[in-house]
Write a protein that binds this ligand. Structure first.
Ligand code: SF4
Ligand code: SF4
Length: 406
């Protein structure tokens, strides 16, 4: 008869829950990113619409009455709200238990530990000032985004690069972001949560909010045996063993210190009045709070998961009124022709694009023929108003902008 397995210790269960959730989020977001790049029957929204930091970047414009900035969707703002509410209850649980970029660093950290046999810590005189870098990044990004109305960090954002790994733009438009991603992953081989500790503006923002959190990691000095295991377990190097309440904005509420603590009741996720959540409860409740808020927004129809297609818009509004904003870099010229009821030879006459090449995406026709999405949008709008405009249209003369590639 096979021996019965001993039940998992609650602390190990909490780790299993945390890693399972992080792995699931990374898998889902990676799949959505690949589907977004490769297209198909259903096209999920892009990385910008699935990142809470985008919600923060657009807040200045939104509050100033300017609406959402380009590439940002309402879903980014809703994710920001969910992350902030979660931070007000469970500190930076978004970082420790949900963020796929955080988990990616942990995966590379595990790989580094196997390869190098140990983890490294930055010398204190370097580590301390470097931690402030992320606040500087946060301030600069928010200021310049507010001034320019553009996502200024996007070209350097490692998460944007990760979501373009299957895109041909990885080594062109996203080359700098890819270089940052490589640097982050190499750094993570040596240092735990390398990007989170030193450069992530979202982590910096949530750290400021988390000071007001209801639950914090609290240590009972009577029960503590001063073993220091919590300090060694902390991936962001917070000194838990000397605090009664962990108030550091660096704490990502991963619960690793609680899982490592051998003394019953010494360390826990507690309110100031002493109400304690078990390690598994803390993991489940914090992620559930975030998930429920997102699901409620989805149920209310506020959260868009897929990009409405040109075909859907034509079906709903007709060729005379479909939404030209849906003409993107990934849209083919033949799809535009079908949607707008424009004969293919019109595009040959105006832009010189042979019919044999009109199945290509606009981003691939931009350089040889000047068919950027913005240009084609402007042409379609003008053509719908007066088809004779095709006889006098000068490509690129009326409209050009930095268009969204996808
Ligand atoms: S600090 Fe940034 S990258 Fe790290 S877990 Fe938090 S949001 Fe994600
Ligand atoms: S791991 Fe627990 S017992 Fe050890 S120092 Fe930290 S709080 Fe105290």
């Amino acid at each position: 008869m096979a021996a019965e397995k001993a039940p998992l210790h609650p602390r190990r269960s909490a780790r299993t829950v945390r890693w399972s959730i992080l792995a699931a989020v990374l898998a889902v977001i990676t799949t959505l990113g690949i589907l977004h790049q490769t297209g198909g029957l259903v096209k999920p929204v892009g990385v910008d619409a699935l990142c809470p930091f985008g919600g923060l970047e657009t807040l200045g414009s939104l509050l100033g009455g300017g609406g959402l900035i380009r590439r940002i969707a309402l879903s980014s703002v809703l994710l920001l709200v969910a992350a902030v509410v979660t931070a007000l209850v469970f500190r930076r649980a978004f970082c420790g238990r949900i963020c796929p970029l955080g988990y990616l660093q942990e995966l590379f950290g595990g790989l580094g530990k196997r390869m190098l046999g140990r983890r490294f810590t930055m010398p204190t005189n370097l580590d301390r000032p470097a931690r402030y870098l992320k606040y500087l990044v946060l301030a600069l990004v928010l200021y310049f985004t507010w001034r320019t109305g553009e996502l200024v960090i996007r070209s350097y954002d490692p998460w944007v690069a990760y979501n373009h790994l299957t895109s041909p733009e990885l080594f062109t438009e996203n080359a700098a972001a890819f270089a940052v991603l490589v640097a982050v992953l190499i750094g993570s081989l040596f240092f735990d949560r390398f990007y989170c500790k030193y450069a992530c503006p979202m982590g910096a923002f949530l750290g400021l909010i988390s000071r007001f959190s209801v639950f914090k990691i609290r240590r009972d000095e009577e029960a503590c045996i001063d073993c220091g295991l919590c300090d060694r377990a902390c991936p962001v190097n917070v000194h838990v063993s000397t605090a009664t309440t962990v108030t550091s904005p660096e704490c990502i509420d991963c619960g690793e210190c609680v899982a490592a603590c051998p003394a019953q009741g010494a360390l826990g996720t507690r309110t100031s009045s002493g109400h304690t959540l078990g390690p598994v409860q803390a993991a489940v409740f914090s992620v559930s709070l975030f998930a429920v808020l997102v699901l409620l927004a989805s149920a209310a129809g506020l959260f868009e998961w897929t990009v409405p297609t040109l075909t859907q818009s034509v079906r709903e509004s007709g060729t005379a009124a479909f939404d030209t904003a849906l003409i993107k870099g990934s849209t083919s010229l033949s799809d535009v022709a079908d949607a707008a009821g424009i004969a293919p030879d019109v595009f040959t006459r105006v832009y010189g694009v042979p019919e044999s090449e009109q199945d290509k995406a606009l981003k691939d026709l931009k350089d040889p023929y000047g068919c950027s999405p913005g240009e084609i949008r402007a042409f379609v709008v003008a053509y719908r108003a007066d088809p004779t405009v095709a006889e006098t249209w000068v490509p690129g003369a009326l409209h050009e902008d930095g268009e969204e590639a996808h």
